[in-house]
Design a protein. Structure first.
Length: 259
């Protein structure tokens, strides 16, 4: 395990594996690098993959301050600097896609190509999840809330065939203040005005049955980012990158290797 140091002195843990052009993988809200465990080896065969434990997660520092997607983006830049990486492909999913928007908008010279997965632009232009979805996640019974999240991430068929530990349900060791800070950071995201400044080749990936981050956000992003294109994954939910691993992984690898 290695650590970079953010501009405010917070240690930011990172991990690297594989060989080839650098690829920065950014996880979802309140998750650490284990979010990518199931599919990381697919990318390691083609790229030098770099993951980050966001502040508040994993082995990174957990300061009791305000967090934001812009701050997470700057933390990732500190990691690339620590590794001596000038340019990298960037693939962000869920909140990681929100962070990736800022990385590409504010540091265009550092991003070779960009994939935004199951994410949204945030702010008033975003298509928000329904009240029913929000209420299902806010249930006081933790087991029922966990089940609701599982069903938003994966189809029933996937869950029946994979009754195992899931790496996409949040870092179980996060302190309460960090969980709240992550929630506020993701909810406060609004990159709408910055999206047209992204000049990296961009692919937007999204499952058609994603209710956690509704699929209508995909064309919004693609229309706002110059020359971006969309690929939808029929029947897939929020964790499309795992459930549709063969299709989504091939699409991502193909997109990056062409650039």
């Amino acid at each position: 395990m290695f650590r970079a140091v953010a501009s405010d002195g917070t240690p930011i843990a990172y991990q690297e594996s594989g060989a080839g052009p650098p690829l920065l993988l950014l996880a979802g809200q309140a998750n650490n690098h284990h979010w990518w465990d199931l599919v990381r080896t697919d990318f390691d065969s083609h790229f030098r993959t770099v993951t980050v434990d966001y502040r508040g997660t994993g082995s990174s520092g957990k300061p009791e301050t305000d967090y934001s997607t812009e701050l997470f983006a700057e933390d990732t830049m500190c990691v690339l600097d620590a590794l001596g990486i000038e340019t990298a492909h960037v693939y962000g999913t869920s909140m990681g896609g929100r962070v990736a928007q800022w990385v590409a908008a504010r540091h265009p010279h550092r991003v070779r190509a960009l994939i935004l997965g199951c994410t949204s632009p945030g702010g008033t232009h975003a298509v928000e999840r329904s009240r029913e979805v929000r209420e299902s996640l806010a249930q006081p019974d933790p087991e029922r809330s966990r089940r609701a999240l599982l069903e938003l991430m994966y189809t029933d068929d996937w869950l029946s065939r994979n009754p195992a530990t899931y790496n996409t349900l949040g870092d179980p060791d996060m302190p309460a203040h960090a969980k709240l800070a992550h929630l506020r950071a993701s909810n406060g995201h609004d990159a709408w005005d910055a999206l047209p400044s992204i000049n990296a080749p961009t692919l937007v990936l999204h499952g058609t049955d994603d209710l956690l981050s509704p699929v209508d956000n995909a064309p919004l992003l693609a229309e706002r980012i110059p020359d971006a294109r969309v690929q939808l994954l029929p029947g897939a939910r929020h964790a499309y990158f795992e459930e549709e691993r063969s299709v989504a992984g091939a699409a991502a690898i193909g997109f990056f290797t062409e650039r």
